[in-house]
Write a protein of this length. Structure first.
Lengths: 115, 350
């Protein structure tokens, strides 16, 4: 999986070139990352497939909103696995997704800091 | 300002959509992160547009739309559902369940603006049609009232036309109409029927227009031949009114034809008996005779109330429907009040 680089023009285009909305959204993504990671872990530990599916779905949306297609695909893979009721291999996917989330959050934090 | 209800458990989406709605202009965003709370709000408020996410805890978007549509008056409100591109099956279900359109995640401002704009235009059209329908309804009511007013005036003038040729007075028309209504009340007729009777009874003698003055205005007793001519006023009145499209006129036609029938079959023009005589005819017969007896005419003195009452009592089951006589006496206080309120002008006794 390639390192995340914020495709600023793509995100801005989707938001109608509205930088205020974009920065607000990036800030919220950063703020939400640890919550997202915790919800994923708790769902897996509790073998809560519905909770895991919903948490993965939320992360998929968050990553897609910053145009991280690779990260969104990873989240979608976990979402599908939870929907299918397969926990085998889910932990590896989850760890990869959490790592991706934190990586993306780090990039976004840099963007926000350099604003 | 249009109220846009936004329901999404993701704070990022909620904030983003809220910001986009404010940018849209002319809209007030109402946001909920719990669908059940949003549904509670919807019980008291009618939004102009609903934007709802599909996947939420407690209640998903499909269930929310179903519950929202089940609320009274919410079937036409536009609903946009937010779904991911991979949720084709969900989109089909949402369409069947009452969603009007979709928003794809991640949200694109251009697509968002266009779809929200379309939905709000749809809502504006709905509101315009609803207001127009209400305006038209109001106009129809106004016009209907105007027609009814004209109809009442016409009836009054027709009735007066007959009275001009008759020694009976305008007050007689009003008294006998109200006496008729008192009897109808005693018989437990519904309000619509009572109103119809009140408005139609004044036309009972309209056929007298067609009776020659020599007979109509004759001060003395009519000969048998003259009386036969006089009896024609019942049929003449009926012929004059029967083909009208007005319910009041039709009731007037029935009354004109039947108010001289007698309960035992000895009346005219058809010699109908008992229940064969239309109810309005049986009612008006009592009211008309009582008032005629207790009124002064150039050729006769007014009977006393006691004398007239005895005549009604004696005529129970022969001249009059006993139930109508009973209903008349049951409303006796009102009868006296009407008699007092609509008094004849002084007529010198012969």
């Amino acid at each position: 999986m390639s390192p995340f680089v914020l495709d600023r023009p793509a995100v801005l285009e989707r938001l109608g070139d509205d930088e205020d909305i974009m920065f607000m959204m990036l800030g919220m993504c950063c703020d939400d990352v640890e919550n997202n990671c915790r919800e994923l872990s708790e769902a897996l530990v509790a073998a809560d497939l519905e909770g895991l599916r919903r948490a993965a779905h939320t992360v998929k949306g968050t990553l897609a909103s910053v145009s991280d297609d690779d990260g969104a695909a990873l989240a979608f893979a976990l979402e599908k696995q939870a929907r299918a009721g397969e926990l085998a291999g889910a932990e590896a996917l989850l760890l990869a997704l959490q790592a991706r989330l934190r990586h993306v959050a780090g990039v976004l934090a840099s963007v926000l800091a350099s604003r | 300002m249009d109220q846009v209800l936004i329901i999404d458990d993701s704070q990022i989406n909620l904030t983003l959509i809220r910001a986009l709605i404010i940018k849209q202009g002319g809209c007030e965003p109402i946001v909920f992160d719990r669908p059940l709370n949003a549904l509670e709000w919807c019980r008291q408020h009618v939004p102009d547009l609903v934007i709802v996410d599909y996947m939420m805890p407690d209640m998903d978007g499909l269930s929310f739309i179903a519950a929202f549509r089940a609320l009274h008056g919410r079937t036409e409100i536009p609903v946009l559902m937010i779904t991911a591109n991979d949720q084709k099956d969900v989109r089909y279900q949402a369409l069947r369940g009452g969603a009007n359109d979709f928003l794809t995640k991640p949200i694109d401002k251009f697509e968002f603006g266009a779809r929200v704009g379309n939905m709000l235009a749809l809502r504006a059209g709905q509101k315009y049609l609803a207001n127009r329908a209400a305006e038209l309804e109001e106009k129809v009511q106004e016009r209907t009232q105007a027609i009814r007013d004209r109809e009442r005036e016409l009836i009054f003038r027709i009735s007066r036309a007959a009275e001009f040729r008759d020694p009976e007075t305008g007050a007689h028309i009003q008294r006998m109409a109200y006496y008729s209504e008192i009897i109808a009340q005693g018989l437990d007729l519904d309000e619509v029927s009572r109103r119809l009777l009140l408005e139609a009874a004044p036309m009972h003698d309209v056929g007298k227009i067609g009776i020659p003055d020599l007979i109509l205005l004759k001060p003395g007793r009519l000969s048998p031949e003259e009386f036969e001519v006089m009896k024609r006023h019942a049929v003449l009145g009926y012929e004059l009114l029967k083909d009208s499209g007005s319910g009041i006129m039709q009731a007037g036609a029935e009354i004109a034809l039947s108010h001289h029938e007698k309960y035992d079959g000895s009346g005219y023009p058809k010699g109908l008996k008992g229940q064969q005589i239309p109810l309005f005819g049986r009612i008006v017969a009592v009211a008309d005779v009582f008032d005629a007896l207790t009124s002064s005419r150039p050729y006769k003195r007014a009977w006393t109330v006691e004398e007239a009452c005895k005549m009604l009592e004696d005529g129970r089951g022969t001249h009059f429907d006993p139930l109508c006589v009973e209903a008349f006496f049951a409303g006796w206080d009102q009868v006296l009040e009407i008699k007092q309120r609509f008094r004849d002008e002084e007529i010198p006794e012969l």
